[in-house]
Design a binder for this molecule. Structure first.
Ligand SMILES: [Zn+2]
Length: 302
C-alpha cells in the first residue's frame, strides 16, 4: 500500500502525519514552527526531521505540503504569509530539492476544504464556505461544486475590517483575524485580565461557566466573526458555513452566537446552515494526504 506524508505548516506548529491510501492516519509528529524564518531554510529542516520521525527512508511515496497565506499553487510559491514572514518563497521546490520526494502543494485552508468536500461536512453541497480558525483565519470558497481561489488570492476573510480595536499581522487595525482568532481571543483575555497564557479554549470554558470577563471577550470575538460571515453570506450565498481549526472545538459556543446574530441581521439573503468540520482539526491533514495521493495517481497515469 502506498504511503504519503501530510505536512501542515501553521503559525505555531508544523504538523506531520503518515497516511495510507485509504486515508487512515498511521502516525503523527509535530514540531514548533521556526519563527522569523524568512528564507524557509529552518522550516525545511524541521519538515525533513518530521518526515524521518514518521517513516523509514524510502517508505514515503509523496508529500502533501499545505501552507497558509497567499499562494501561487501552480508555481509552488508562497506569495505572502504574515505569520510565517514568507514573501515570494518557492517553498515547494526548496522542499523537493532537500527531501528528494515528490511534493504536492496547497493552501492549508483549501486542503481542509477538499477533505470536507470529498468526505466531510461539505459533501453533497455545491456552495459551501470552510473557515478554519487557529492562529489565523481564512476561508475556502466552494462555489458551484468547485474550490475557487482566484489565482490563489481569494478567501482572506481574516483581513476584512470588522471594526476591531487590535493591530493585525498584516499591518492594519481592525481585521477579523486580530479580533476572533484563537490567538486574538487569548491575547484579548490577557490584556483585559492581566493573566497571560489563558488559551481560547479556556476562555470559552470560563465563558460557559459564567465568568463575566470571559463572556465579554468571547462574545466580542463571536460578534466580529458573525459580521464577517454576514459579508460572506451576502456576497457568496453559501448553503453551509463550516468552521474548523482549534477554535471549532468550542462547538455550540461558536455555532449558537453565529446563528442568533445572523437570525437578527439577515434580511433577504439565503440563510445557510452552520456546522463544525467533520474532520475537526484533522481536515488539513486529510486534505494534504488527498493532494499527495492525487499526485501519485497522476504520475501513474503519465
Ligand atoms: Zn489583517
Amino acid at each position: 500500500m502506498k504511503l504519503v506524508a501530510a505536512i501542515d505548516v501553521g503559525g505555531t506548529s508544523i504538523k506531520g502525519a503518515l497516511v495510507d491510501s485509504q486515508l487512515r492516519i498511521i502516525t503523527t509528529a509535530s514540531a514548533p514552527t521556526p519563527q522569523g524564518d524568512v528564507d524557509g531554510s529552518k522550516s525545511i529542516q524541521v519538515i525533513s526531521q518530521l518526515l524521518s520521525n514518521l517513516a523509514a527512508p524510502g517508505e514515503i511515496n509523496a508529500v502533501g505540503l499545505a501552507v497558509p497565506g497567499s499562494l501561487d499553487e501552480a508555481q509552488g510559491l508562497s506569495r505572502w504569509s504574515g505569520n510565517l514572514q514568507w514573501k515570494n518563497l518557492p517553498i515547494q521546490h526548496l522542499l523537493e530539492e532537500e527531501i528528494k520526494i515528490p511534493v504536492a502543494f496547497g493552501h492549508d485552508v483549501r486542503t481542509g476544504a477538499l477533505a470536507e468536500l470529498r468526505s466531510g461536512a461539505a459533501q453533497g453541497f455545491k456552495n459551501a464556505i470552510f473557515i478554519p480558525i487557529g492562529t489565523g483565519i481564512a476561508a475556502a470558497l466552494i462555489i458551484d461544486g468547485v474550490i475557487r481561489s482566484s489565482d490563489g488570492f481569494a478567501g482572506e476573510i481574516g483581513h476584512v475590517d470588522v471594526g476591531g480595536a487590535f493591530m493585525c499581522v498584516c499591518g492594519k487595525k481592525g481585521c477579523l483575524e486580530a479580533a476572533s482568532s484563537a490567538l486574538a481571543i487569548s491575547n484579548a483575555y490577557a490584556k483585559a485580565s492581566g493573566t497571560v497564557g489563558v488559551s481560547s479554549e479556556e476562555v470559552a470554558m470560563l465563558a460557559r461557566s459564567g465568568d463575566a470577563l470571559a463572556k465579554k471577550i468571547w462574545g466580542d470575538a463571536m460578534q466580529s466573526l458573525a459580521k464577517a460571515c454576514q459579508l460572506l453570506i451576502t456576497i457568496l450565498a453559501p448553503e453551509i458555513i463550516i468552521f474548523g481549526g482549534g477554535l471549532s472545538q468550542a462547538g455550540d459556543s461558536l455555532l449558537s452566537p453565529m446563528q442568533s446574530f445572523l437570525n437578527d441581521s439577515l434580511t433577504f439573503q439565503r440563510v445557510p446552515q452552520f456546522a463544525i468540520a467533520h474532520h475537526g482539526a484533522q481536515a488539513g491533514t486529510i486534505g494534504c494526504a488527498m493532494l499527495a495521493l492525487d499526485l501519485l495517481a497522476s504520475e501513474n497515469t503519465k
